[in-house]
Write a protein that binds this ligand. Structure first.
Ligand code: AMP
Length: 214
């Protein structure tokens, strides 16, 4: 099964993608995570994209397309993939279509998670993660059992470097201009599945499974 998951920043795509990966044994391809890894490792690419990411702007299409090609090719012999954070605009969606056509791979579902703007802003403000194993947390919605400590390793819980209110509003603006048009693009291809992203992670996952299995 090949899935694309999209929705505004902070809606919970990453959390749902992790659960989908575990349930259906999919390869989780997150362009944001791949880029953050490049930044952490201070690679040439990481140094180039850091300030763009910190401002909440989109990295160039060429860069992100280059990052996903190999991963999609690898997923072909496996159970499929979940694309999280890609495509982010119509150009990327068209490029992906051509790439998949060349590989004779089809997208089965495009999940769009939706949520109220106030909840999204609160989720964005609360976002943090373990500096060791990268598990995501949220100080308002998904706290670790012991404050500041990861539940699964002895890592420290820290905030993302793109975490400030101006950046959150900019990211939402970029989302509505660039990414939101994907709704129509995939609806026309009859692939769009809209899911209410509000509530607990496990409640949203129940809705996601229902949509995929119906
Ligand atoms: P994310 O974790 O998906 O919210 O992505 C974090 C940041 O990485 C975004 O704000 C962008 O700067 C960059 N990024 C991730 N995916 C893409 C993409 N498909 N196209 C352009 N920039 C991206």
């Amino acid at each position: 099964m090949n899935i694309i998951i999209f929705g505004p920043p902070g809606v919970g795509k990453g959390s749902q993608a992790m659960l989908l990966k575990a349930k259906y044994d999919l390869m989780h391809i997150s362009t944001g995570e791949i880029l953050r890894e490049e930044v952490r490792n201070q690679t040439e690419l990481g140094i180039k994209v850091k300030s763009i990411m910190d401002k909440g702007k989109l990295v160039s299409d060429d860069i992100v397309v280059g990052l996903i090609v190999k991963q999609i090719e690898t997923s072909i012999d496996k159970n499929g993939f979940i694309l999280d954070g890609f495509p982010r605009n119509i150009t990327q969606a068209e490029t992906l279509d051509k790439l998949l056509e060349g590989l004779s791979v089809k997208i089965d579902h495009v999940l769009r998670l939706e949520s109220d703007k106030e909840i999204i802003l609160k989720r964005l403000a609360g976002r943090c993660y373990c500096d060791k194993c990268r598990k995501d947390y949220n100080i308002y919605f998904n706290q670790p059992e012991i404050e500041g400590k990861c539940d699964i390793c002895d890592g420290k819980i820290i905030q993302r470097s793109d975490n400030n209110e101006k950046v959150h509003l900019d990211r939402l603006d970029v989302y509505s201009k660039e990414t939101n048009p994907l709704k129509k693009y995939y609806a026309q291809k009859d692939l769009l599945r809209v899911v209410d992203g509000m509530g607990l992670i496990k409640e949203v996952f129940e809705r996601v499974k229902k949509v995929l299995e119906s």
